[in-house]
Design a protein around this ligand. Sequence first.
Ligand code: ZN
Length: 147
Amino acid sequence: MKCFKCGSERLSVIDSRSDGDDAIRRRRVCQDCEFRFTTYEKIELTLPMVVKKDLRREVFDRDKLKSGILIACRKRPVSAEDIDQMIDRVENALYANFSKEVPSAEIGNIVMHELKKLDKVAYIRFVSVYREFSGINEFANELNELE
Ligand SMILES: [Zn+2]
């Protein structure tokens, strides 16, 4: 970065503060001409790439995840707000635990964990679609576990 007035690269930060959740405000001064100015740095959070079962990579798609969850929650007493907050928690878990890539199965596990807390029926629906049960016994075990 260069001074806007004289072009010098000798700049000092004299103050730095967080401006809301995702921006940092820095007060800078040029050591050569003493010109002062403020910069804002926006922190860009990038979600990890999703690694599919066949090893293809794709960008995390919140809308796609949401539509899957909406189907599971159809006619259940779950509000749109609940679902949005749940997806926020899923995204936060991805930011926190995976930097570059995350297997799609891991996302499924996080979603299942969240749905289980939200609505048992929606959970079972989601599980029956996203997890491949090896047989009816495994599905029955899952049901028993809920009781
Ligand atoms: Zn300057």
